[in-house]
Write a protein that binds this ligand. Structure first.
Ligand code: ZN
Length: 412
């Protein structure tokens, strides 16, 4: 049963404005093993709304979170951009908050530590580490000596950490706020865990980029909230926390890295540049999103028309990067095997599977290149440069690329 009653994840308000209605789509991570599997036949409404009371952009209809995480294929460490980012972030955190700590071995807790890829970097930088992740990847991390609790982070886990260890000096939560269905319990847990002199680092895709580049494909069922400096500040303020600094980082198509302190901490707030920008373009009001729906429809129409024309011209188009966001795009646009023969992906967990809904096979990069495509549509466009470089250098691919957003563009 779909509960169409809306209740804001951050503030319980029922006042909301529709920003984009995408209809009903399969789960972006419901990859299919056998053609007879039915997992991807389960479809659910997907629409973006804005809370009128706290400005939080969010998915309107939500599914049970157990279902969302049951088949989790994303592994952080498969991307070289993530590797660079992990190296930079661990060094940055150590210099800023580790090296001068009054603890001999400052304690860092990472919320949603995934397979422990970033944890390993924090440990190597000098931190005493602990990860928390609800997926089976937490066990893999634990087995590799990257101590991890397999659970959803919230008040209960925060208390457990304090009882069995202590409050950490640093909390890191990358791409967590947006994926949490129990947002209030999550932030209450952060509130419980963050000591008076502690610091919390939040990283999340910046909804400014969603708007600016029409990144509608980053909207999928697992991605529940879409954050700005304004809406995140509103949320944290209710739990006695504040953003003291926010910087833009080139991750996941454009993210913000926020440094969070307790409200009473002396560090002054210094995130006015981004907040002023948000206010100037009305990013935290429905008015700032007035063209978003039309821009999304236009992208779909142009992409489908382009693929149909290439097919009519007997040119072959394959894709690269079976990211969750690409599954949203394929299903929303209705692009199936008649327009796109295969999707290449370097993640061995995805190879051999079929894309949810549209049933396009996922193959290894080498297999994709053996099919000799005239065009490669870049599904994981946030790794565009990396993918172009990889296929050109590694396989001598001399064909063209299609970058799908903000409007489809062909690169020779
Ligand atoms: Zn709200």
């Amino acid at each position: 049963m779909i509960n169409h009653e809306f209740k804001c994840r951050a503030c319980n308000s029922q006042n909301h404005k529709m920003i984009l209605d995408m209809g009903e789509l399969p789960l972006a991570n419901a990859f299919v093993k056998e053609p007879t599997d039915q997992d991807d036949q389960f479809i659910w409404p997907l629409s973006l709304v804005m809370c009128q009371d706290c400005d939080l952009l969010q998915i309107k209809d939500e599914m049970p979170r157990e279902k969302l995480f049951s088949n989790y294929l994303w592994v952080t460490s498969t991307s070289s951009s993530a590797k660079k980012h992990a190296e930079w972030l661990s060094e940055h955190l150590w210099v800023e908050f580790g090296v001068n700590s009054h603890h001999e071995k400052p304690f860092l807790v990472e919320i949603a530590s995934n397979d422990g890829f970033f944890l390993e970097h924090y440990r190597d930088a000098g931190f005493d580490i602990l990860g928390v992740d609800p997926s089976n990847l937490a066990e893999e991390a634990d087995n590799r000596g990257l101590t991890s609790i397999r659970d959803f982070f919230g008040k209960k886990v925060a208390r457990h950490i304090i009882e069995t260890k202590r409050q950490p000096d640093v909390i890191v939560a990358r791409n967590v706020l947006g994926h949490s269905s129990e947002l209030q319990d999550l932030v209450e847990g952060m509130d419980e865990l963050l000591p008076p002199d502690g610091v919390m680092i939040l990283e999340m895709p910046y909804a400014f980029m969603l708007n600016y580049e029409t990144q509608y494909d980053t909207i999928f069922h697992e991605h529940l909230s879409y954050l700005t400096v304004g809406s995140t500040s509103n949320l944290l303020a209710r739990y006695g926390m504040k953003i003291v600094n926010a910087q833009f980082v080139d991750m996941n198509g454009g993210s913000i890295l926020c440094e969070v302190r307790r409200t009473e901490h002396p560090t002054p707030e210094n995130h006015h540049a981004l907040l002023s920008l948000e206010n100037l373009i009305h990013l935290n009001t429905p008015f700032g999103w007035r063209n978003f729906s039309a821009n999304t429809h236009r992208q779909r129409d142009e992409l489908v028309t382009m693929l149909q024309k290439l097919r009519a011209d007997k040119l072959s188009v394959l894709a690269y990067g079976a990211a969750a966001k690409f599954m949203t795009m394929l299903n929303y646009c209705g692009i199936d095997t008649t327009l796109l023969g295969a999707v290449g992906d370097a993640n061995p967990r995805k190879q051999g599977l079929l894309c949810p809904g549209v049933r396009i096979p996922v193959v290894a990069p080498s297999a994709l290149m053996e099919m000799n495509p005239d065009y490669v549509l870049i599904g994981a466009w946030n790794f565009k440069d990396e993918i172009i470089n990889y296929l050109r250098k590694e396989f001598g691919y001399a064909g063209k690329f299609i970058v799908p957003l903000p409007l489809p563009e062909i690169i020779d």
